[in-house]
Design a protein around this ligand. Structure first.
Ligand SMILES: NC(=O)c1ccc[n+]([C@@H]2O[C@H](COP(=O)([O-])OP(=O)(O)OC[C@H]3O[C@@H](n4cnc5c(N)ncnc54)[C@H](OP(=O)(O)O)[C@@H]3O)[C@@H](O)[C@H]2O)c1
Length: 323
């Protein structure tokens, strides 16, 4: 590693963001996080990250502070924390997410940051049944992708117009210590409330949070250290998923088995939509087998947890150790 990089993270107090802070620090980089208030700022401080108070949706002093950074990372989620998004909110959430990410790209450009790493997700590819999907597959967002990934093309044009080197990352479903895996799925399985939605034969592409975070470090180091080469597109797009997409049913059977619980029963997609919302039902039943070859080649990314067989027990160990 060269001189430590100065990394700015928007979304550092979130599930993925916390793993990013840990990984950047473990690699010796200096990490600063945008926090919307002092309470969230304290959370960042406890992770060893210096907070900068600000909101991507509001212009403020944070935009000038970005000048001292080498790389800016965007990993935010629109909407109210802890409130599941509803289908009717999609236009408003998409606008909010596009505005937030555009402000970050503009601030990074003004501040002469060397590059930005932005987060989308593989739900952007939409429904592909048993087909394999790579970064050239048409983008037809479904579920949560309707308001996160649908912002991709507009933000790509913005980065290219500004000539700001950008890496757009498309994580699969991220499991690990925190987030939906710890707070919803595990209690749901423990209490017998989790369900297979629909037939459970749809393919889902997962990634362990720690493997994901390593890829962000590699992407940021590439932007922060290497001068832009002519053969690198201004915006590089990479899928971050493990080596083996699995069916929804296989996923639940692996997690249930690791917890010593039976495979849950099933619920129809329609009933799931009534209970958990249409966006969730659409997301969990969406099928795409996503390839990771490009990320491995472009970043030199290797996975500690290449499949859920290794990753799920590791995630559970990490959660149990913390309890
Ligand atoms: N989790 C997954 O499985 C997964 C999979 C693929 C893609 N993704 C994408 O990854 C991103 C992060 O996901 P996550 O699960 O880590 O979400 P999360 O836990 O809800 O965290 C969201 C973060 O964004 C921050 N934030 C939201 N709006 C902001 C704004 N206007 N200004 C500054 N900060 C703002 C939040 O700050 P506060 O702490 O103040 O709320 C929080 O730190 C999302 O775009 C999501 O779609 C997630």
């Amino acid at each position: 590693m060269g001189v430590p990089l100065k990394i700015f993270i928007a979304g550092g107090s979130g599930f993925i963001g916390r793993h990013l802070i840990k990984a950047f620090k473990a690699h010796g980089h200096n990490v600063y996080g945008l926090a919307r208030d002092r309470v969230r700022g304290k959370l960042l401080e406890d992770l060893g990250c210096e907070p900068i108070i600000g909101n991507l949706l509001t212009n403020g002093p944070w935009e000038r502070k970005i000048e001292k950074f080498d790389v800016a990372v965007g990993c935010t989620m629109p909407g109210k924390r802890g409130q599941p998004p509803a289908m009717r909110q999609v236009p408003e959430l998409l606008k909010s997410h596009t505005d937030a990410c555009s402000t970050l790209i503009n601030a990074a450009m003004e501040g002469q940051v060397r590059g930005v790493v932005m987060t989308f997700g593989v739900l952007g590819y939409g429904e592909h049944g048993e087909e394999w999907v790579d970064e050239d597959t048409p983008w037809e967002p479904l579920g949560y992708g309707r308001f996160i990934s649908a912002a991709r093309d507009q933000l790509k044009h913005l980065a290219e117009y500004k000539r700001l080197p950008a890496t757009f990352l498309f994580p699969g479903w991220v499991y690990g210590n925190g987030g939906w895996f710890k707070d919803q799925l595990l209690p749901g399985l423990e209490q017998g409330q989790a369900r297979i939605v629909g037939a459970g034969e749809n393919y889902i592409s997962f990634v362990h949070a720690e493997d994901l975070a390593e890829a962000y470090v590699l992407a940021a180091e590439q932007l922060g250290y290497a001068p832009m080469s002519d053969d690198r597109p201004v915006t590089q797009m990479l899928n971050l998923v493990d080596d083996r997409p699995v069916t929804q049913k296989e996923w639940l059977s692996v997690v249930a088995h690791a917890l010593g619980k039976p495979l849950p029963g099933s619920v129809s997609k329609e009933d799931c939509a009534k209970q958990a919302g249409e966006l969730w039902a659409e997301s969990i039943t969406c099928s795409a087998r996503v390839r990771n070859d490009r990320a491995k080649a472009a970043l030199g990314w290797t996975l500690t947890h290449p499949t859920i067989k290794e990753g799920v027990p590791a995630a559970l160990d990490s959660i149990r150790k913390e309890r």
